[in-house]
Design a protein around this ligand. Structure first.
Ligand SMILES: Cc1cc2nc3c(=O)[nH]c(=O)nc-3n(C[C@H](O)[C@H](O)[C@H](O)COP(=O)(O)OP(=O)(O)OC[C@H]3O[C@@H](n4cnc5c(N)ncnc54)[C@H](O)[C@@H]3O)c2cc1C
Length: 447
């Protein structure tokens, strides 16, 4: 097929957001009689799932301290549940298991989940938490836990399969996905400043609207449009803080213990919910008993046949240099810098053994393969979903986004002229206006 020189909508990125937006946009165009999938083109320099969506752990959860995030996630959980088979989605539920310092925050989450009809149980007090957890796993032994939030919805999806499921839905609506094509620039119209063409290494494609779903590469597109490298943020104190970098990178550390995934079945032989544990109890090595940390720490894990074992991660670390100096490519397992090392394996496997006796002595089964990757975060670590330069829609999810399969639906509605109440709290103007999201006590930048 000839290389296109024009498309009404050009979507950059064949990850969760680009694919979901394209699918819903094509369906919305058809339903409204304004066009069809033939008006929508996705471009990716790699292939489907070549970015963060293809290496994500795949966890889908709702436990956010921020009301706006919770409502958005409840919407996305509905989209995941709409076709579990196509999205390789396992609706096993999710557990947030926390220490006293997080108790009040998580209690609030539970109350607000009830208010929006998102089903969850909340257990409080050390003894009751242990009893509840041992009711699921007889060998549960994590210390320092005073609350358990058990979300009945959510779970996890197989990363790449989910993206192919989305791509099939988009293509069934007539969307064209062009892979192996790199966007090199965004040509602006004289006068208005709107994007009139997407320039690629194969030629320019004129467009009416461009959607940027570029995950960790978002900064490149921000620069292409000369958007500011720093922002001013009005804080809770009413003072304005200037020169805050717009982007920064965090590295997510994840890996797999190569045991039979069935090892983590519950007492009654079922697949368990995704487990997330945060605690301030000291963590000691499962290898030699040495102290690993006596600060607040956290891990998450799940049995995963796709990864071939018990897969999960721990709190990410900040990449301590300006975003401009961070090499995003080669990405994921090919990165020479942003993959996990033996220290991570030691910490994570010891943490598994801290939680459940069945993991003690299993570190030898750690899969020595490159895993982990970076995500591009906004100044407050929450997404920016907004239009810039009139017709450039950024879906900058601040690395929250595999679970956000429904955002594309809302973006598509906005592209078709219907403003979304769920996306409203994620506009760029919130920084200048001081309309910030509340901050929790979690050790993770995305809770
Ligand atoms: C290790 C890891 C684990 C994670 N686990 C989870 C999780 O369990 N749950 C969760 O909700 N989130 C998770 N996340 C976050 C989540 O993966 C991302 O937020 C989400 O996948 C971003 O999706 P996206 O569509 O914006 O970008 P991506 O999936 O990164 O897609 C962007 C695409 O843009 C393409 N591209 C880039 N530059 C160009 C260019 N110049 N020209 C053409 N194409 C280009 C890339 O090739 C890529 O395919 C994780 C992230 C990481 C790194």
């Amino acid at each position: 097929m000839a290389f296109p020189t024009k498309s009404k909508y050009v979507i950059i990125g064949a990850g969760i957001h680009g694919l979901s937006t394209a699918w819903h946009l094509a369906a919305g165009l058809k339903a409204s009689g304004k066009g069809d999938g033939g008006d929508v083109l996705i471009i990716d320099k790699g292939g489907i799932a070549a970015g963060a969506s293809g290496i994500a752990c795949g966890v889908v959860r709702n436990n956010y301290f921020q009301p706006a995030m919770r409502e958005l996630m409840a919407h996305s959980a509905g989209v995941w549940a709409s076709d579990p088979e196509a999205f390789a989605y396992h609706p096993v539920g999710y557990m947030q298991i926390s220490p006293e310092i997080m108790h009040e925050d998580v209690a609030t989450i539970h109350d607000q989940q009830k208010a929006i009809g998102y089903e969850s149980d909340f257990i409080e007090g050390e003894a009751d938490c242990t009893k509840y957890m041992q009711g699921l796993f007889s060998d549960w032994r994590a210390q320092g836990i005073t609350s358990v939030l058990h979300e009945k919805n959510g779970g996890y999806a197989n990363n790449t399969k989910a993206m192919y499921g989305l791509a099939a839905k988009a293509e069934a609506e007539g969307v064209r996905i062009l892979t192996g094509v790199t966007v090199t620039g965004l040509r602006r119209a004289n006068g208005s400043g709107a994007v009139e063409a997407v320039e690629t290494d194969r030629g320019a494609i004129e467009c009416d609207e461009v959607v940027i779903g570029a995950g960790p590469w978002v900064r490149t597109f921000w620069e292409m449009l000369d958007l500011p490298d720093t922002v001013s943020i009005k804080g809770a104190d009413g003072a304005t803080h200037d020169n805050i970098p717009m982007w920064l990178y965090w590295c997510l550390e994840e890996g797999t213990l190569g045991v039979d995934p069935d090892l983590l079945k519950t007492n009654d032989g079922k697949m368990p919910p995704v487990i997330h544990v945060d605690t301030d109890a000291p963590l000691y090595s499962d290898v030699d008993g040495s102290l690993i940390t006596d600060k607040l720490w956290g891990i998450y894990y799940k049995p995963d046949f796709n990864f071939g074992g018990i897969q999960g991660g721990a709190a990410p670390y900040k990449v301590e240099r300006p975003a401009k100096e961070v090499e995003v490519d080669p990405y994921g397992a090919e990165s020479p810098e942003f993959i996990v090392d033996d220290n991570f394996a030691h910490m994570w496997c010891s943490a598994l053994a801290f939680c459940q006796e069945r993991f003690s002595g299993q570190i030898g089964k750690w899969k020595k393969e490159a895993s982990g990757g970076i995500g591009c975060f906004t100044p407050d670590s929450f997404p920016v979903f907004d239009r810039f330069c009139e017709n450039a829609y950024f879906i900058a999810d601040s690395n929250h986004g595999f679970k956000m399969i429904g955002v594309g639906q809302l973006v598509a509605e906005e592209l078709l002229g219907k403003q979304s109440k769920l996306l409203e709290p994620f506009r760029f103007s919130r920084y200048a206006e001081g309309k910030l999201h509340p901050v929790s006590h979690s050790p993770f930048p995305w809770s």
